[in-house]
Design a protein around this ligand. Structure first.
Ligand code: NAP
Length: 246
């Protein structure tokens, strides 16, 4: 029996990267998953990679839009049954120092990460409390714990997700809905492989374990928080950093 046998899950931003790996891990543990993303081509490819429509569906969903985030939940519940797990993973970076960062770059990151996570948490908690509970996992970042140069927008949004997670956890605990977050460090995805080599090396030097993580190492921790293995945990933040910034 998988840890999520028979559960229905939605993962935002799961057309690629960490989100796709989370979807793959959930399915390997018995869940069926709806991928919400804005990249329709990658979303369709993700469904094929995840084993086809018996296991996964793709729904176009821009997490900045509070109405749009209902769509993957609707499809999930129609196709697979009551929503049990929701992961707020969608995200991008718009790095620049404050001297050069535009207001648009700041607002975009707050809208996608912080407002997007609020939209997803609100919509998912609303459904889950109607059927006795569920688990929401929010993807923050170590950047939200320590603040990183060139990321005043991203660090602010990712720190905001921590406050949101704790407040939401307190609001919906009585209804059996758990809300937790993870803070990944340096993970090998398109987002980080686009980084200039000297920045990658600087980050590597800060990691006691001396290596970056694979997306599967994030997905396993998200699986733990999504499953009954963490049944008495809510409002917590788990770091996945190889010991960086502890
Ligand atoms: P990724 O490979 O770029 O994947 C992110 C996915 O989210 C993409 O498919 C992207 O679509 C989608 N997306 C972007 N904006 C969206 C929106 N408004 N609505 C719905 N989907 C949207 O990134 P990743 O590295 O896997 O990151 C996943 C999460 O982990 C993010 O929240 C990120 O901040 C967090 N994180 C990553 C790292 C790391 O080292 N990689 C570390 C800490 C935290 P497009 O391709 O069309 O933009």
């Amino acid at each position: 029996m998988g840890l999520l046998e028979g559960r229905t899950a939605v993962v935002t931003g799961a057309a690629r990267g960490i989100g796709l790996e989370i979807a793959r891990t959930f399915i390997a543990n018995g869940a069926r998953v709806v991928v919400g993303d804005i990249d329709d081509e990658a979303g369709a490819a993700a469904v094929a990679e995840l084993g086809g429509e018996d296991h996964a569906r793709y729904v176009h969903c821009d997490v900045r839009d509070g109405v749009a985030v209902e769509a993957p939940i609707d499809v999930a519940e129609e196709a697979f049954g009551p929503l049990g797990v929701f992961v707020n993973n969608a995200g991008v970076t718009r790095d620049a120092t404050m001297r050069t960062m535009t207001e648009e770059q700041f607002d975009d990151i707050i809208a996608i990460h912080l407002k997007g996570t609020w939209n997803g948490t609100r919509a998912a908690a609303g459904r889950m409390r109607g059927h006795g509970g569920g688990a929401i996992v929010n993807i923050s970042s170590i950047s939200g714990k320590v603040g990183l140069v060139g990321q005043t927008n991203y660090s602010a949004a990712k720190a905001g997700i921590v406050g949101l997670t704790k407040a939401a956890a307190k609001e919906v605990a009585f209804a059996g809905v758990r809300v937790n977050a993870v803070q990944p460090g340096l993970i090998r995805t398109a987002m980080t492989l686009a980084m200039p080599e000297h920045i990658w090396e600087e980050k590597m030097a800060e990691i006691p374990m001396g290596r970056a993580a694979e997306p599967s190492e994030v997905a396993q921790v998200v699986l733990f928080l999504a499953s009954d293995m963490s049944s008495y945990m809510t409002g917590t933040v788990l770091e996945i950093t190889g010991g960086r910034h502890i």
